[in-house]
Design a binder for this molecule. Structure first.
Ligand code: PRX
Length: 647
């Protein structure tokens, strides 16, 4: 274990994961990508590769220059014009996809709706025409605060159709979060719903929206879709029901000619502290990036039924529920509620019901399924599945293998896809027909992408910061209204290089292993240890379902590792088990990483998008007052944990 500490290494690599999973032969036989030719083509000339892909979209006017790169801003497909909504709808209704299912929607109470491309096209056009008639113009930012119902997709594509950038705010966010986002974007129009269903209850969206816009002077119109039919407060003259809003609108609406670099949307991401950042995405590059990655990474075929479980309020919902799948003419499943309603098999029932072929979900969900037990998926027919994906956090090897075996039945490749709100689309990922997967590694850069791992000085390192030197089509074009923060956050850590904020290591095959956020790295006796590696070792213990580790101030070591763990169904924490778990980690990755404390947690504190909030665990372990908790999915979790810890 002893290893000289290199002060210029931001992180060390400890965990060795040796298992390899080549693509199943039956899968490769009919996969879209069966050789490395795509990588070679992209390596020879990345820009030309993206241009070839971009040409598959419907352009109103071709571009004159593929890329202009003036650090820290890139422009792609300059001079080109297109419309994202027309790419997702019009070009499909003109051909054999007209009557194909575009959106297969399942409501939490069990109701469902299927919209064909033709129906979606008409609904979007009608809503877009109504927005236009209502005075929404190209460039006006429209805020959307809606549950996972078909109308949210209609609203998004209608905005894109008339060139009004959308700013979708996750429906689980509080009135204050909504208020801040509306005010930053100065939206005149807010689209919401009376409410939404969640875990058997209803969320009072309109009530929240009203609370928010008390302090939003810009808002003049609130369009309200009816979902739960609950009573809602109403301001006459400002509020309008969705059906009244579209009543006289025609089901035709000419798509706006958008420059490739016109803003398609704004999406706020919390960042670790302070004011949320409005990430700006534009039209041509973004659409090229999501369409291309969707097609190759998910090996999309005409008869696939694709289900991305992400909420529309996150970038994954934007890129792989809406733009990526629809631009490719795919059938997309969308589910309104939680995975445990009415029972813990809901996801598997949905897969069975619609014959889902590709499932894209998050490690946090997978670890929860592990905890609930195999009986739930085992009770359902999952034989339609042929490909699985994950995103959002590093996936611990044990969870990966469980996903592969229990959900995929050993016949489905698992693509662990790394990307960020800022990157717009997936950047590091296997291609399922060719890549030999190693559980816990996002494997290799997508063709045309060149990430690197560097030390503090920006020099190549085996383990360190994950950065990108060259632009890619879907990259953010800035933080809305705050160019300084953009430069500061993304381009200053290593000057002139895009800083992801993630730690990573590369192995001898060039595979990338994501090690968690740099801010979470622990410093134990001068060794910088990644949260991901210790957590993966913990999850490998047969009783542990999920783990979160933090560095806690320690007189001698600088920091000592404290591990918060949840246990699989049927296990209880005892002092013996705590010792066993500590010994297991020491055995797996070395005495250095042995946790000083193993603390039982009924649940771990997570953000609404499922990421573990280690910052709050640090507060608990160090006996501090809890920091900002408003982004927590369930605020009671930390209070319970704090109490348990103090006892
Ligand atoms: O830390 C990485 C983690 O999620 C961050 C981006 O979060 P967000 O902007 O919310 O976007 C989530 C959906 C793309 C990254 O900086 N992350 C995302 N995917 C992975 C991951 N970490 C490890 N492996 C992944 N596959």
């Amino acid at each position: 274990m002893a290893k000289a500490v290199r002060k210029d290494e931001p992180i060390e690599a400890l965990l060795q994961e040796g298992r390899k999973f080549p693509p199943p032969k039956a899968f490769t036989k009919s996969a879209r990508v069966r050789s490395m030719a795509l990588y070679q083509e992209a390596r020879r000339n990345p820009v030309r590769f993206w241009e070839r892909e971009a040409k598959e979209l419907a352009w109103i006017k071709p571009w004159t220059r593929a890329l202009e790169w003036k650090l820290p801003y890139a422009k792609w497909f300059i001079g080109g014009q297109l419309n994202a909504s027309a790419n997702c709808l019009d070009r499909h209704v003109q051909g054999p996809r007209r009557m194909k299912a575009a959106l297969i929607w399942e409501g939490e109470p069990g109701d469902s709706r299927v919209l064909t491309y033709w129906e979606l096209y008409r609904e979007v056009s009608r809503f877009a025409a109504a927005l236009r008639k209502g005075g929404v113009k190209k460039g006006d930012i429209v805020t959307i605060y809606m549950p996972m119902i078909p109308e949210v997709v209609v609203a998004i594509l209608a905005c894109a159709r008339i060139g009004a950038p959308h700013s979708v705010v996750f429906a689980g966010f509080s009135p204050e979060s909504l208020r801040d986002r509306i005010n930053d974007a100065k939206s005149r129009v807010l689209i919401t719903a009376d409410g939404g269903y969640r875990r058997g209850g209803v969320v009072a969206l309109k009530l929240n929206a009203d609370e928010a816009i008390k302090e939003c002077p810009s808002v003049q119109t609130v369009i309200v879709a009816r979902r739960t039919k609950q009573d809602v407060p109403w301001t006459t003259g400002r509020d309008v029901w969705w059906e009244d809003f579209i009543r006289d609108a025609p089901a035709r609406c000419a798509p706006e000619r958008m420059d490739a670099e016109d803003m398609l949307y704004l999406l706020y991401t919390s960042g670790s502290t302070g004011k949320p950042k409005g990430i700006v995405h534009t039209t041509g590059g973004y659409l090229t990036g999501v369409t291309t990655t969707m097609k190759y990474i998910f090996d999309l075929r005409e008869d696939d039924t694709f289900w991305c479980t992400a909420d529309i309020g996150w970038v994954t919902g934007h890129s792989y529920v809406v733009y990526g799948p629809l631009s490719n003419g795919a059938s997309v499943v969308m589910y309104e509620g939680t995975p445990d309603w009415p029972d813990k098999d809901r996801f598997w029932r949905i897969i069975e019901k619609y014959g889902v072929t590709i499932l894209y979900t998050a490690p946090t969900a997978i670890r929860t399924f592990v905890r609930w037990g195999e009986q739930y998926p085992k009770g359902c027919d999952l034989s339609s599945l042929r490909l699985l994906g994950t995103v959002g956090e590093p996936i611990n090897p044990e969870a990966w293998v469980w996903y592969w075996k229990v959900i995929g039945g050993g016949r489905c490749p698992v693509v662990d896809t790394w990307w960020q709100t800022e990157t717009g689309h997936i950047l590091i990922t296997p291609l399922p027909g060719v890549t030999v997967c190693k559980p816990g590694s996002a494997t290799l850069p997508f063709p045309g992408i060149e990430p690197e791992v560097v030390n503090q000085k920006g020099e190549p390192a085996q383990a360190g910061y994950l950065v990108l030197r060259k632009p890619w089509p879907g990259m953010l074009r800035g933080i809305y209204g705050d160019p300084e923060r953009y430069t500061q956050t993304y381009w200053s850590q290593v000057p002139g290089v895009y800083f992801t904020g993630d730690g990573a290591k590369r192995d001898k095959d060039g595979y990338f292993w994501l090690l968690g956020r740099i801010d979470d790295v622990m410093n134990v006796s001068g060794h910088r240890v990644s949260t991901m590696e210790v957590e993966s070792a913990l999850v490998e213990h047969p009783t542990v379902a999920e783990a979160a580790v933090i560095g806690k101030t320690h007189e001698i070591k600088g920091q000592a590792i404290a591990a918060f763990v949840t246990l699989k169904h049927g296990h209880t924490m005892t002092p013996e088990l705590q010792n066993q778990i500590k010994a297991h980690v020491a055995h797996k990755i070395g005495a250095l990483a042995r946790p000083d404390d193993v603390i039982y947690a009924a649940e771990l504190p997570k953000t609404r998008s499922g990421k573990i909030m280690r910052r709050l665990l640090r507060d608990i372990a160090e006996g501090r007052a809890l920091g900002e908790t408003s982004t927590l999915a369930d605020p009671t979790v930390v209070a319970t944990l704090k109490k348990a810890y103090e006892e």
